[in-house]
Design a protein around this ligand. Structure first.
Ligand code: PEP
Length: 252
């Protein structure tokens, strides 16, 4: 992998200003761990403050509306996120797909809106437990990639893919290292078939119950270019253990 490993914390609907101390601590430690690209996606309300507090790490959002602006009460556009200091946005997280009925087409529109506004995109894909049990995991993920990857000039350069099996998110369960590697190889193949050879550079993150204790092993799986981390990104202590494992295991 030509690029540095990428470790991103998704704070979900957690965090008030008191949590900025964690962001500061993560940012300070990132100085020592320069082999790893580190980022946080706090809730909207903390993006601007996190950007101001953190100098080295990336700061992004967890979702955006596909349109530039307009009569969409309660929504936030990618241009607003950029103005608040975000450099990227997560789209297609399974919690958004489940809680808000987001389809692949919705996710694609969000990704394309984000890129047009100058943001990078982390696109989440992943199968449910029933789909894995039915032997359909790779087929489901391939379909999600076909339907939700952004198109357009330079789109491939702006995208990171996060493979997050739905049944592994927040459950403490993870796929086997072989299964993670097999899925990441399948995703790479699909990316190359959609974007061409340049897709070899797209980082594919694993997400789903990554902790300091299992990170080193996960980072050894084929084609794993980093991690998207939920629960274990909420404190500097737990998140830094994952970042340290990436610094040791994934030689960028
Ligand atoms: C996530 O929600 O993106 C995630 C990976 O959560 P957790 O690490 O808590 O499983």
């Amino acid at each position: 992998m030509a690029q540095r490993p990428y470790v991103v914390g998704n704070w979900k609907m957690h965090g008030t200003r008191a949590m900025l101390a964690e962001a500061r601590a993560i940012d300070r430690a990132a100085e020592r761990l320069i082999k790893v690209q580190v980022a946080l996606a706090p809730p909207y309300t903390l993006i601007h403050a996190t950007r101001n507090e953190a100098v080295l790490i990336g700061v992004g959002a967890q979702d955006c509306h596909p349109a530039d602006g307009g009569a969409h009460t309660g929504d936030i556009s990618a241009a607003m996120l950029k103005d608040a200091g975000a450099g990227f946005v997560i789209v297609g997280h399974s919690e958004r797909r489940a809680d808000h009925g987001e389809t692949d087409a919705d996710v694609k529109a969000k990704a394309e809106g984000a890129i047009a506004a100058g943001l990078e995109v982390i696109l989440c894909v992943g199968e449910s437990e029933a789909q894995r049990d039915a032997g359909e995991a790779e087929k489901v993920v391939a379909r999600q990639l076909e339907g939700s990857l952004p198109q357009g000039e330079n789109a491939a350069e702006k995208v990171t893919v996060a493979y997050e099996p739905v049944w592994a998110i927040g459950t403490g369960r993870t796929p086997s290292i072989d299964d993670i590697g097999a899925m990441h190889r399948a995703i790479r193949k699909k990316l190359v078939s959609i974007y061409g050879e340049g897709a070899g550079e797209i980082r594919i993150l694993y997400g789903g119950s990554v902790k300091a204790e299992n990170a080193a092993e996960i980072f050894e799986a084929d084609e794993v270019g980093g991690a998207l981390v939920g629960g274990a990104s909420l404190t500097a202590e737990s998140f830094l253990g994952i970042i340290a494992a990436a610094a040791e295991g994934l030689q960028g």
